[in-house]
Design a protein around this ligand. Structure first.
Ligand SMILES: C[S@@+](CC[C@H](N)C(=O)[O-])C[C@H]1O[C@@H](n2cnc3c(N)ncnc32)[C@H](O)[C@@H]1O
Length: 267
């Protein structure tokens, strides 16, 4: 890994690793060629980690990937979409009622960004307008260009994929590849939409990782079933707090599973 990064993601995301990112990054071996984030979501680890020679992020969510592609390739046009917009329930409802398939990629990215930033708890499967007397909206329309410019620079050399996890692992697996995998938690398989990831996918993923040529770091909630499915790998326990969830701020146990023994770097 070369340049320092320690940036931030433009999104809050259910299961986002804002708080756990440093623990994950300090386990990354320096001598990898390519870094591949298979279940990217808000990609907190990518945005915080130093740059690797080759970087790939992937997610099955087409709206999310369209946003990353537009931030990377069409930043100015994307920012223009927010001119004259307001943070208001009417605007939220209008976006929610507009089918994404009827929009251009730039409109689709703007719709998704608006909904993700203004919905309660960043719940993408059933978004509701988030409003609270305790703080301002997470969408600051006066700072959109500033917020997205940072992401634009970080994404400028990152490949962005939109495929199921198993295809991405197959496609990029080489001895020099380091994968970071952050699938839906055990017990929360449908959190990002139905039929994207099932309980059986944990065993399927474990079997695929058994044959991996590269190295991987996988994060999951600390459950006996998780420890059983991934028993053939090295497992570290870590404590974290969720940033976006009903259980916000409560300390929870997570596991970091690897196919190598990590040498921890200082925080
Ligand atoms: C726990 S979140 C990742 C959070 C991320 N690490 C962050 O910091 O925001 C899991 C992600 O996996 C994606 N996903 C679910 N099923 C998938 C599949 N079969 N293939 C690829 N991605 C999938 C979801 O869309 C979701 O964004």
């Amino acid at each position: 890994m070369t340049h320092q990064s320690a940036g931030k993601s433009p999104l809050a995301w259910l299961g986002g690793k804002k708080k756990l990112a440093d623990e994950i990054i300090r386990r990354m071996p320096d001598d990898h060629q390519a870094y591949c984030e298979v279940f990217a979501g808000a990609a907190w680890v990518l945005f915080k980690k130093p740059e690797s020679k080759v970087e790939i992020i992937n997610d099955i969510n087409r709206d999310l990937v369209t946003l990353y592609r537009c931030v990377k390739h069409h930043l100015e046009e994307l920012c223009k979409q927010f001119k004259w917009m307001l943070v208001a329930r009417d605007e939220f409802d209008r976006f929610l009622a507009t089918p994404a398939e009827t929009l251009t990629d730039i409109q689709r990215a703007a719709r998704f960004y608006y909904l993700a930033k203004t919905s309660f708890g960043a719940r993408i499967s059933k978004p509701t307008f988030g409003i609270a007397a305790t703080g301002p909206s997470r969408l600051n329309l006066l700072r959109i260009e500033e917020d997205l410019s940072e992401a634009h620079l970080r994404l400028s050399r990152v490949y962005i994929e939109n495929r199921p996890y198993d295809q991405v692992i197959d496609r990029f697996d080489k001895p020099g590849t380091l994968f970071y995998l952050d699938p839906p938690y055990w017990g929360c398989e449908d959190d990002y939409g139905k039929h994207l990831f099932s309980r059986d996918d944990f065993a399927r993923l474990a079997a695929q990782l058994e044959g991996l040529k590269g190295r991987f770091i996988l994060s999951l909630n600390d459950r006996p079933e998780v420890r059983e499915v991934f028993a053939n790998f090295h497992i570290d326990s870590v404590r974290t707090r969720y940033t976006v969830s009903a259980k916000s701020n409560q300390e929870v146990g997570e596991v970091l599973i690897t196919n190598f023994k990590p040498r921890l770097k200082g925080l």
